[in-house]
Design a protein around this ligand. Structure first.
Ligand code: MLT
Length: 406
C-alpha cells in the first residue's frame, strides 16, 4: 500500500510566511475597513527596472519570429547571462570564477532548498538560529532530522545569533558537515566581515565541511569593507557554494531568476573515499529535474548588467535602504534596539516578550504586518523583523501608526 514521506509530518503545520498570510487574511476578513500595511515577507513593491522591462519585451518579440524563436534552453542557463554575471558580480571584484560555474535558476529559495539532495542523508547539518526556514524545512523533508522538540529539530546543530554575540553565530562546538550561512543575514540584517568569513572558510577546510552561502541580499551592501561573495575569501572555492538572486535587487520576486555558484574545485568524498565533484552532481541534478529559466526572463536578468540596468538597480536598492533608515530612526527612540537596516533591507528589533504577541499587537492596533522573530527559530523569540520592501509613503504611514501605538 502506498505511504507518504513521514518526514513531512515532522514539519510545522505550515510554512512561516503562509502562516502569517493566513492570520493576516483572517484579520482582514473580520476587519474589512482596516488598510493593512505589509512589512512582513520581503517582497518588493517597486516595478522592474526599465532596462529589464525593455529587454523582456524584446525577448518576447524574439519568441514571436521563427528566426529568433527559442525552445528549450540550456538547463544551466544561457551563456549571455552566465558571462555577464561572471564578469560583473565576480571578476570585477577580483574573484576568479568562470561562467560554467554559474547555474541559472528560477529562485534562490528553490536552490537553497534543493541543494541538500546532493549530500548524504546521514551528515550533520548546522543552521544559524534564527534562520531562513527553508534551510531547516528542506532538511526535515529529506529525513536528516528527528522530531521537533521545544522548537528545535533533533540532529540539527543550531548556531545561536543573539544580542550578546551581535547576532553573529560562533563556530560549531561539535563537528558538522554542512553549514548554512546567510550574509547580509535574513532575518537579523547582520553582515560578516572578511575576517569573520575567513574563520568559517578555515573551519570548513579543516573539518571537511561545505558552506552553503546565501547572498540573496548582497546588493544592499554599502560598506566597502564588507565582502559581497564568500569567494572573496581565499580557499572558499574548495569549500563553498553561493546563492544569489535577482529578486531583491531588480524586483524579480514575481519574474523569477537567480543563480547558484558551484566551483569546479569543490569535491566531497563518497563512501568509498573517492572525491566526487559537487559541480558535476549539481549539473546532473539540474539537467534531470529542471529545464531552465525562460529565455525572456534571462534576457531581462542580463539587462541588469547594462550601464542603464546597473544605475536603475542601484536606485532601487537605495530606495529600500532609505526606507530601512526611516524604520531604524523611528523605532530606536521608542526604546528598542535595532540590528540590520544598514547594509540590509531587514530591521531586526529586540522587543522583549513573546514575538507572536507583538505581531498581534502591531496587526490589531496599527494594521501593520511584521514577521515574528520566533518564526525563524528559538533565538528569534523576543524579536520581530520589519522589512523595508514597501513604498516610502506606506513605510512612513506604518511608522506613524506604530509610534502612536507603542
Ligand atoms: C523573507 O521575507 O524572508 C523572504 O522574502 C523570503 C524569500 O525570499 O523567500
Amino acid at each position: 500500500m502506498i505511504r507518504i514521506n513521514e518526514d513531512y509530518l515532522k514539519l510545522h503545520a505550515s510554512y512561516l510566511f503562509a502562516d502569517i498570510a493566513r492570520r493576516v487574511g483572517a484579520y482582514q476578513l473580520a476587519n474589512p475597513g482596516v488598510e493593512i500595511i505589509k512589512m512582513g515577507i520581503g517582497d518588493v513593491t517597486e516595478p522592474l527596472p526599465n532596462a529589464c522591462r525593455e529587454a523582456f519585451h524584446g525577448a518576447i518579440d524574439d519568441m514571436g519570429q521563427r528566426e529568433t524563436f527559442h525552445g528549450y534552453g540550456p538547463e544551466q542557463g544561457y551563456p549571455f547571462l552566465r558571462d555577464a554575471i561572471a564578469e560583473h558580480d565576480f571578476q570585477r571584484r577580483g574573484v576568479d570564477l568562470s561562467p560554467e560555474e554559474i547555474f541559472i535558476s528560477d529562485g534562490s529559495k528553490c536552490d537553497c532548498g534543493n541543494i541538500q539532495e546532493i549530500f548524504a542523508k546521514d551528515i550533520t547539518v548546522a543552521v544559524p538560529d534564527p534562520v531562513y526556514p527553508v534551510y531547516v524545512d528542506t532538511n526535515v523533508m529529506a529525513g536528516r532530522t528527528g522530531s521537533c522538540i521545544d522548537g528545535r529539530y533533533e540532529n540539527l546543530v543550531y548556531l545561536e545569533s543573539t544580542p550578546e554575540n551581535g547576532y553573529m553565530p560562533s563556530l560549531p562546538e561539535q563537528p558538522v558537515d554542512l553549514i548554512y550561512l546567510c550574509f547580509p543575514n535574513n532575518p537579523t540584517g547582520a553582515i560578516a566581515t572578511v575576517e569573520q568569513l575567513r574563520q568559517w572558510v578555515d573551519y570548513a577546510r579543516e573539518n571537511g565541511a561545505v558552506i552553503l552561502f546565501d547572498a540573496a541580499y548582497e546588493s544592499f551592501i554599502r560598506d566597502d569593507s564588507v565582502p559581497h561573495s564568500i569567494f572573496e575569501i581565499e580557499g572558499a572555492r574548495e569549500t563553498a557554494i553561493e546563492f544569489r538572486s535577482f529578486s531583491k535587487n531588480a524586483g524579480f520576486t514575481g519574474t523569477r531568476c537567480a543563480f547558484t555558484v558551484v566551483p569546479r574545485e569543490l569535491t566531497v568524498r563518497d563512501s568509498g573515499g573517492i572525491e566526487q565533484s559537487l559541480h558535476s552532481l549539481w549539473s546532473r541534478r539540474q539537467s534531470t529535474k529542471f529545464n531552465g529559466v525562460s529565455y525572456p526572463v534571462q534576457r531581462a536578468a542580463a539587462a541588469v548588467y547594462t550601464p542603464q540596468g546597473q544605475q536603475e538597480v542601484a536606485a532601487l536598492t537605495d530606495y529600500y535602504l532609505g526606507n530601512a533608515r526611516i524604520i531604524r530612526e523611528k523605532i530606536t527612540p521608542l526604546g528598542y534596539d535595532c540590528a540590520g537596516g544598514e547594509n540590509s533591507p531587514f530591521i531586526w528589533i529586540n522587543t522583549g516578550g513573546d514575538s507572536w504577541e507583538f505581531f498581534d499587537l502591531l496587526l490589531t492596533k496599527a494594521g501593520v504586518v511584521c514577521t515574528p522573530g520566533v518564526g525563524f527559530g528559538n533565538c528569534g523569540q523576543g524579536h520581530i523583523r520589519l522589512s523595508a520592501f514597501n513604498t516610502r509613503e506606506r513605510i512612513t504611514e506604518a511608522l506613524e501608526r506604530i509610534t502612536s501605538v507603542l
